[in-house]
Design a protein around this ligand. Structure first.
Ligand code: LLP
Length: 423
């Protein structure tokens, strides 16, 4: 017990691990995920999908840590990838290539080649140019690529503008008209099997109506294409299901409600349904441990300065996202209203404004909640701050899934003295 008495341990435990103890062992800032909470989410969604021919493909961008992807692989979950890097991570973690789908508007020729060679299940294709390029690459490799057409249903997901993807003005997907044309062109695209539809309208969606609208449009197009003699082997309903960042405000649909909407919209569809949840599976299972560096009384505001910063968690600065921030062992002190900030040298490095908390002092351990998705995955080394450690907890056990980056690792590949060469 590293020399301390029981009384010196704080009460704050997650997955039966004492957080104060963990923070001393691993240092802060540090991303922590509960493996058992992730498994619980997986099972909840799998239960809701009971009886359907459905495949969950975890959106790797939400949390690409290979130990997290391994949890997915162990539960039979596949991957929704958007780059060669994500493909490699999914394969490293043991995800079956036949359960991998490839989304994104900017797949490069090399990425298409790698994915075809790995034998992934399907490409979600977003433009005519991409379709023609994929045909060329598949022909060159003498392979057949399965293609789902990503439909842009022109639906407002009613979420933050920066994470909305389903309006006609967004760069994603193609119109139903264009999709019809692609199906009509099938005989000329000999190395493609265009037999799927895909839709993804945005992220952190808290109502079911946008999903219903988008799925209804896809279902109508599917009926029409089938009536014209085309086979629609799969419908990929994307991701986007929101989570509860604020106890009081965010009322997210349950897995059962969400799947109920899918069942309803696709009730007469007999093919495979693919889901690409990211955030919903992991966000609430994670938190960011950080210590108070100091507090500062400005002219008009009081600042609480943490050792985590916008490079560790960019969501508040990018999307004005709200994350709950609490002391791990709150002290019975008078309440203070803080702007909670990090050490990075710009005012965007603000996690929260006007948060009222019992006074916090230097050295105290804090937790920023609901950071299992899009936190570590969007981290950078801005201000030359090394990437934070990532830790998994599992029912009384803990493990470092990624150690804190050292200065040398942060500078890897970078030259101090340049080796100039003539062209
Ligand atoms: N499928 C596709 C094609 C996507 O583009 C995305 C997310 C997902 C699935 C997974 O969506 P989810 O279930 O996680 O909502 N960085 C932002 C979120 C960006 C989402 C990008 N695409 C944030 O921190 O809120």
């Amino acid at each position: 017990m590293d020399g301390r008495t029981l009384a010196e341990f704080s009460n704050a435990t997650v997955d039966r691990i004492d957080l104060e103890w963990l923070a001393r062992r691993v240092g802060t800032p540090c991303h922590v995920y509960s493996a058992s909470a992730i498994r619980q989410r997986i099972h909840e969604l799998q239960r809701a999908l009971g009886g359907l021919d459905a495949q969950i493909c975890f959106a790797v961008k939400a949390n690409p840590l290979r130990a997290v992807l391994r949890l997915m692989a162990d539960a039979g979950i596949g991957a929704d990838i958007v780059s060669a890097g994500e493909l490699q991570r999914a394969l490293d973690a043991g995800i079956d290539p036949q359960r991998i789908v490839f989304s994104g508007v900017g797949k490069s020729i090399d990425e298409m080649r790698m994915a075809l060679e790995a034998g992934i299940a399907r490409f979600n294709v977003e433009s005519r140019d991409e379709l023609d390029s994929l045909q060329l690459v598949a022909a060159e490799l003498d392979q057949i690529a399965n293609v789902a057409v990503r439909i842009n249903p022109d639906v407002d997901a009613q979420t933050h503008a920066k994470i909305s993807t389903g309006k006609a003005a967004n760069k994603f997907g193609v119109s139903a008209d264009e999709a019809r044309q692609w199906f009509a062109d099938r005989p000329r695209l000999r190395n493609l099997r265009i037999n799927g539809l895909h839709v993804h309208i945005g992220s952190q969606i808290l109502g079911l109506d946008p999903f219903r609208d988008a799925l209804d449009r896809v279902a109508t197009l599917r009926r029409e294409l089938e009536a014209a003699g085309h086979v629609i082997h799969s419908i990929d309903v994307g991701g986007g299901l929101g989570v509860r960042y604020r106890e009081a405000d965010d009322a997210a649909p349950t897995a059962a409600e969400y799947v109920g909407a899918i069942r309803h919209a696709l009730h007469d569809y007999r093919g495979r349904i693919v889901l690409e949840p990211g955030r919903w599976l992991v966000a609430e299972a994670g938190f960011l441990l950080t210590r108070v560096l100091r507090s500062k009384q400005g002219d008009s505001r009081r600042f609480l300065i943490l050792d985590a910063a916008m490079n560790d968690l960019a969501r508040p600065s990018l999307y004005d996202a709200w994350h709950e921030i609490v002391a791990v062992s709150p002290q019975p002190r008078a309440e203070v209203t803080y702007d909670i900030v990090g050490p990075v040298c710009e005012s965007a490095d603000t996690f929260a404004r006007d948060r009222t908390l019992p006074e916090c002092r230097a050295g105290e351990l804090m937790m920023i909640r609901t950071t299992g998705a899009y936190a570590a995955s969007m981290a950078s080394t801005y201000n030359s701050r090394p990437l934070a450690a990532e830790v998994l907890l599992d029912r009384g056990r803990w493990a470092i899934a990624r150690r804190r980056q050292s200065h040398a690792e942060m500078c890897l590949g970078e030259a101090t003295t340049l080796d100039w060469q003539a062209q």
